[in-house]
Design a protein around this ligand. Structure first.
Ligand SMILES: NC(=O)c1ccc[n+]([C@@H]2O[C@H](COP(=O)([O-])OP(=O)(O)OC[C@H]3O[C@@H](n4cnc5c(N)ncnc54)[C@H](O)[C@@H]3O)[C@@H](O)[C@H]2O)c1
Length: 266
């Protein structure tokens, strides 16, 4: 089931099969483009949604976190309560919102543990959201973008795809995103669609604030810049890749990590 909150309808919900022509409720001006950002109820995704809205996009913020989603819902950022791992939800999202111009796949989770302590459920959960969910959204967008002959996909990977102890599931899922990005750049290039990945390092979000303070301190110490990044640091690059100026950049993975990917460490 998918639940959508439409701006202008106070706290009303339209559940299950949408009863109205969603397009009728789009306040989009003729010069306004449309973007879907997944995992946008908080953290990096919300920063991306805000930046794209400031760049005159009508933004649809897809997330499973209803409480946070309701708080960020506004005239320019519309919350869509949906699960990117559910094929039916993904179909419904595109049925309601397409045509779109930009897809940002940002939703992601962690379930860290050394491999010898990692339950298979934690492997499956991370793969399901980070890789399968991203793939489902990419497939739906690719069908639309191929038809319309334009589009931008920006996938949020992670510097961790290079390898992080305790993240065999997460690193593998993000490596999968890098591979997916490269293949889609090849498949969609001739349709005027670019597909790139952004690989953040340590960014100050609810996800990293959940780390133990002593772990976080060590991670910051290992940064060449000795600081964490802010969600806006990632959002600025995503917005650049989502813009029309980047038509000749595709298949790339670009780091926003304070230099951590260089490998110097401590
Ligand atoms: N914070 C960091 O340091 C960091 C570093 C590298 C990469 N990343 C990546 O950036 C992205 C955002 O991370 P964040 O730190 O903002 O995390 P976050 O936990 O603050 O936000 C992630 C959002 O994704 C949503 N989400 C989870 N599963 C979903 C699903 N199935 N369908 C829809 N939404 C779902 C969550 O509800 C949450 O709102 C993730 O892909 C993460 O792996 C983060």
């Amino acid at each position: 089931m998918i639940t959508v909150i439409l701006y202008g309808f106070k706290e009303e919900y339209f559940s299950g099969r949408i009863q109205v022509n969603y397009q009728d409720y789009k306040t989009k001006a003729m010069n306004r483009k449309t973007a879907i950002v997944t995992g946008a109820a908080k953290g990096i995704g919300y920063a991306v949604a805000k930046k794209l809205a400031a760049d005159n996009f009508e933004v649809y913020a897809v997330d499973t976190d209803e409480e946070s989603g309701r708080k960020i819902h506004s005239e320019t950022i519309r919350f869509v309560n949906a699960d990117i791992c559910a094929e039916k939800d993904v179909e419904e999202i595109f049925r309601m919102i397409a045509p779109i111009d930009v897809l940002v796949n940002n939703a992601g989770i962690v379930r860290d543990n050394m491999i010898w302590n990692m339950p298979v459920n934690d492997f499956d959960a991370v793969m399901n959201v980070n890789l399968k969910g991203t793939w489902l959204m990419c497939r739906a967008a690719a069908i639309n973008f191929k038809r319309q002959g334009s589009g931008r996909i920006v996938n949020i990977a992670s510097r961790a795809w290079l390898g992080n102890r305790g993240q065999s599931n997460y690193s593998a899922s993000k490596a999968g995103i890098v591979g997916l990005t490269r293949v889609l750049a090849l498949e969609l290039g001739k349709y005027n669609v670019t597909v790139n990945a952004v690989a953040p390092g340590l960014i100050d979000t609810p996800l990293t604030r959940a780390l133990k303070p002593e772990v976080l301190e060590k991670l910051i110490e290992a940064q060449p810049t000795r600081t964490m990044g802010q969600p806006e640091d990632v959002a600025n690059l995503v917005a650049f890749l989502a813009s029309e100026t980047t038509r000749f950049i595709t298949g790339q993975t670009i780091y926003v990590d304070g230099g951590k990917s260089i490998g110097a460490g401590l």
